[in-house]
Design a protein around this ligand. Structure first.
Ligand code: DGJ
Length: 728
């Protein structure tokens, strides 16, 4: 008995320490961020750390104390099976019906890009029982402090396996509290910013809409550790999934106080034959030790250097006629708008919806014509080339709108190819905006969609820009191309079909600018941006609304990738001045959305001035560092953004009072990111009536950052823009 009591502490300790003990560790690191992987003696890989740079050697011989023998240690790619009871990154039904997988480390291979900035780590894993393999592929972008992760899942078993979960990445965070920020919304109300404290249990961000997912929920998140999100202080982990279809980002706060994040395509049953490989999309991750502002800047840098098509190129100033004429395009009107666009100083003109359709089904409204991509000769008698050439003769580039994935029931395409339309046999197909979706999992449809793009491009050698729209999402599923017993594959095969079309397009047309539009901001994600130069920010062009929407989109995406067009006056824009409207649009990829002939002369002059101003500040706005000084979501009355050039020699400051406020309330706009020791000359720009007493002054960067600019706005919907230039 005595002996038994003597043994008790040892028994207790072994139960407590029965978690795992690490035998080795390695890192995947950028200049400032480390992801640490450890492994035990039996080569089980564990996710130890994602955050500030640390030394992997410190993780060797470590005992994970908290999760004792009750299971679920923090695994690198948590699989269903073994001791894991948390949400799995990987769940497989093996060829013999076995539902368990236990991955062990086989090898780790590293390679470096030519310029030394990107280190790739391939972590090869194998199941303990089956010929079943997973490669996790990490790319560490040193300067940008971004790490991307994706998985290759390979079946070498004798028979078919069924994948049930197949995430792109898994991460375990260890903090006292977790605050989740994500952006969501609706058509014309994109970019609502939500922040929730995550407590015990699971929160999941997801979309089942397949197309234009990001109108309602963007596949990206920020996690602020210990304190709510702050632009300048605190630890933030941010992630964005590069996928334009159904997805799930799962946040599970476990009983040990850890947060387990699983990110990837929305799980469905997906069969893999022997020898087949499943490749997941990329998850883009970053960490900031100084607030969400730095997390965004990391993502912006990464996007401009790697994640956004032609990310370093200058974006042209666009005039799109959609809000000016809607479907009433015709040659005289188009020529008139081109003349005005040239006079205003725009650089590219876009003909939007309404230029096409068959004789039977002309596209005069949203009820008919979609799918019949022939020029409407009643509107453009000589086709596209004369108007494209006319634009070029006026010094403009030319662009045109298409929506090639969709079809109106009232179209010759729908009559000819009912089998190309998504929908279940024997059920009525629901319509959105009077249209159906084409089945892009079908290679014939892929050829058709590529053909639409190709034939439009071939219609004139002067086409430099395509606005690719998508005005419905998926509701009812049904693909006549997909086997009846495996219909859920369609959710994935549709996106793969779209990618295959884009790959063909980019092989043939590497230079054409493509805008991803999905009824506004429905296609803002890093898979779209792999192929598209930009996205349309929202169909809501009202400036006060755009302050919020553009703020939200800038959390994860660089402003040069977001189209923001100055709208005409009246209706939704209430009493806003041209200055206010153009100041808001200048904080992104600037453009104009109207028929300028309708503008009152003073507004036209103000718009022309804004175009000239944007040309001077465009490089700082598009390629500089963004500091969100005041969030409209927090202030109720004000908003402020600062863009600083990479060498800190120039900056552009945008200040807004968008709601009525007391004259006694004058916020101090404290700047950021400047060189504290340099002197900056301040000019108030884009106005003939400057309002700031600071204009013309030269002050130090430290003054601007410590004391800031104090300004009295009079009324509401007011704005002021400043250019700061370092004085030698
Ligand atoms: C929705 C887009 O967001 C608009 O900009 C416009 O292109 C219309 N579709 C055209 O139908």
């Amino acid at each position: 008995m005595k002996k038994f009591f003597a043994l008790l502490p040892a028994l207790f300790a072994s139960a407590l320490f029965a978690g795992y003990k690490t035998d080795g560790a390695f890192d995947i690191s950028t200049n400032g961020v480390s992801l640490i992987v450890s492994y035990t003696e039996d080569k089980t890989p564990h996710f130890e750390h994602f955050g500030k740079r640390v030394n992997p050697a410190d993780f060797v011989g470590l005992r994970e104390l908290s999760p004792s023998d009750v299971g679920s240690p923090s695994l690198l790619y948590p699989e269903r099976g073994g001791k894991n009871f948390l949400c799995p990154a990987l769940a497989v039904k093996h060829s013999d019906g076995d539902l368990n997988t236990e991955l062990r480390l086989v090898s780790t291979k590293k390679s470096l890009s030519k310029d030394g900035n990107v280190e790739t780590t391939v972590v090869e894993l194998k199941d303990t029982k089956h010929q079943f393999f997973v490669n996790l592929i990490f790319d560490a972008y040193k300067k940008e402090n971004v790490i991307t992760e994706r998985a290759e899942i390979i079946n070498r078993e004798d028979g078919e396996v069924v994948l049930q979960n197949f995430a792109s990445s898994a991460a375990t965070l260890r903090a006292g509290k977790y605050f989740l920020t994500h952006i969501n919304g609706q058509w014309a109300h994109e970019g609502e910013v939500s922040e929730d404290e995550l407590t015990r249990g699971t929160k999941s961000i997801q979309s089942r809409k397949l197309v234009r997912t990001t109108l309602s929920e963007n596949p990206a998140f920020m996690l602020s550790l210990d304190t709510p999100r702050n632009e300048k202080i605190g630890e933030v982990v941010a992630g964005a999934l590069a996928w334009s279809g159904n997805y799930e980002l799962n946040f599970e706060c476990d009983e040990f106080g850890r947060l387990n994040i699983i990110s990837g395509i929305m799980p469905v049953n997906y069969a893999l034959a022997n020898g087949e490989k499943f490749e997941t999309p990329k998850m883009v991750l970053t960490h900031s030790a100084s607030g969400s502002g730095q997390a965004s800047r990391n993502l912006h840098d990464w996007a401009r250097n790697y994640g956004l098509y032609n990310g370093s190129a200058r974006r042209p100033i666009i005039l799109n006629c959609w809000e000016g004429v809607h479907f009433d395009v015709n040659e005289p009107v188009v020529r008139e708008i081109i003349d005005d666009a040239a006079d205003l100083g725009a650089e590219l003109f876009v003909v939007d919806d309404g230029w096409f359709g068959s004789e039977k089904y002309p596209r005069n409204n949203e009820h008919a014509g979609l799918g019949d991509w022939t020029v409407n000769r009643a509107k453009l008698p000589d086709g596209i080339d004369p108007i494209a050439s006319y634009a070029v003769s006026k010094g403009l580039k030319f662009g045109i709108w298409i929506e090639p994935e969709m079809v109106n029931p009232k179209s010759e395409l729908a009559e000819k190819h009912p089998d190309w339309i998504v929908g279940a046999k024997g059920r009525e197909k629901p319509q959105i905006r009077n249209q159906w979706l084409l089945d892009l999992s079908n290679p014939e449809v892929q050829d058709f969609v590529f053909g639409v793009f190709d034939s439009v491009m071939q219609s004139s050698k002067h086409i430099s820009y395509i606005k690719w729209d998508a005005n419905r999402h998926l509701e009812q599923i049904g693909s006549s191309h997909t086997p009846a017993g495996a219909q859920e594959r369609f959710y994935i095969d549709y996106v793969r079909g779209l990618e295959s079309v884009f790959n063909r397009i980019r092989a043939k047309y590497p230079d054409v600018i493509i805008q991803a539009c999905g009824s506004g901001g429905g296609r803002i994600d890093y898979l779209s941006f792999k192929y598209c130069d930009e996205a349309w920010g929202s169909d809501n062009t009202s400036p006060a609304a755009r302050l919020f929407i553009q703020y939200a989109e800038s959390l994860f995406y660089p402003v040069k990738a977001i189209g923001a067009h100055v709208p005409k006056s009246g209706s939704r824009n209430l009493e806003t001045t041209m200055k206010f409207r153009s100041d808001v649009s200048m904080m992104a990829r600037f453009g104009i959305e109207m028929r300028p002939a309708n503008l009152p002369p003073q507004e036209r002059a103000d718009l022309k001035r804004a175009v000239g101003v944007y040309k001077k500040i465009r490089d700082v706005v598009c390629d500089g560092d963004l500091y969100r000084l005041i969030s409209p979501f927090e202030s109720r009355t004000h908003a402020a953004n600062l863009f600083v050039s990479k060498d800190k020699s120039r900056a552009v400051l945008f200040l807004f009072q968008y709601a009525f406020d007391s004259v006694y309330h004058r916020p101090f706009f404290r700047l950021d990111g400047l060189d504290p020791d340099a002197k900056y000359k301040i000019s108030e720009i884009n106005t003939s009536k400057p309002i700031s007493p600071m204009r013309g002054k030269t002050v130090s960067g430290s003054f601007l950052m410590e004391r800031g600019i104090n300004l009295l706005f009079n009324g509401w919907n007011q704005s002021a823009v400043f250019e700061l230039e370092r004085v030698k």
